[in-house]
Design a protein around this ligand. Structure first.
Ligand SMILES: C[S@@+](CC[C@H](N)C(=O)[O-])C[C@H]1O[C@@H](n2cnc3c(N)ncnc32)[C@H](O)[C@@H]1O
Length: 252
């Protein structure tokens, strides 16, 4: 298992530059795009934050989480204030609060429909320092960031290779810290059963595309190291909101 992981990661590392500057795994991205296209068109707020009861609650939770879990980290590590990336930004729940700390914030999303909704928010809020990009624009650009944030995204990506590709890109564009969330709850018997059931037997929130995929924290640490990051601190280990604070050790 460890050997397999090492071999795969080593391949990723060798391909790091090439992967990061190319159009990544088009088939996988297309599937992901289709899921989130559908979610964005049906009920985006529900699929982004299953626990928010109304629009006000949705935005309030984003603001609250920023104040309680993101801002303290930015301040503790005195992270440079120039630029931040919110990868898988959705409607901008974290992108907009991030602009209070950073001069410029880029939000990236794979879904065109989600992207359009986020753009409407930017226009209606008259925001000037938030820039939105789709995946194609993002992976085709070399823009560097002081802070890369990613919440509630990796947990929905089924293929680990896809996450490795995204990490490779982060390795190329990070000039500071990454703050990334994974679901690292134990992969127990009940979880395995749930994952093996067909969608029609499962409640909406547990179906393909939206259900949370658990990942081994050791795998996240190994991947981070291989992609050029030190793990600086971890928050809420073995939970669905396990955050990894990484710092790039590669000089760009
Ligand atoms: C659950 S939502 C989270 C949105 C936002 N981060 C938040 O917490 O409010 C997941 C978002 O990630 C986007 N996404 C999923 N896979 C992605 C990928 N491979 N690249 C970029 N965005 C992706 C989806 O389109 C969706 O908007």
């Amino acid at each position: 298992m460890a050997e397999r992981l090492k071999a795969r990661l080593s391949k990723s590392r060798i391909c790091q530059k090439r992967i990061a500057s190319s159009n990544l795994a088009p088939t996988v991205l297309k599937i992901m795009n289709q899921d989130w296209e559908k979610f964005a068109k049906t009920n985006p707020r529900y699929y982004i934050a299953l626990d928010s009861c109304c629009e006000h609650d949705f935005w309030r939770k984003g603001e609250e989480n920023f104040q309680n879990f993101i801002l303290p980290v930015l301040e503790k590590y005195k992270i440079k204030r120039d630029s931040a990336l919110d990868f898988g930004c959705g409607l901008g729940r974290y992108t907009f609060p991030l602009r209070k700390y950073f001069d410029n914030v880029v939000g990236v999303d794979v879904s065109d429909a989600m992207f359009d909704l986020a753009r409407k928010e930017v226009v209606s809020r008259n925001i000037e320092n938030v820039f939105l990009k789709n995946n194609e624009q993002f992976f085709g650009s070399d823009q560097k960031f002081d802070f890369i944030f990613c919440a509630n995204v990796f947990q929905h990506i089924e293929q680990s290779e896809e996450i490795e590709n995204i990490f490779a890109k982060f390795g190329n564009i990070s000039i500071g810290y990454c703050y990334l969330q994974f679901d690292t709850r134990p992969i127990d018997f009940l979880y395995k059963i749930k994952m093996s059931l067909p969608d029609w037997l499962l409640p909406k929130a547990h179906r393909h595309g939206i259900r949370r995929i658990r990942r081994n924290a050791e795998w996240v640490r190994a991947l981070s190291n291989w992609m050029g990051f030190d793990v600086i601190e971890e928050f809420n280990p073995n939970s669905k909101y396990h955050y990894f604070l990484l710092r790039s050790f590669i000089r760009h």
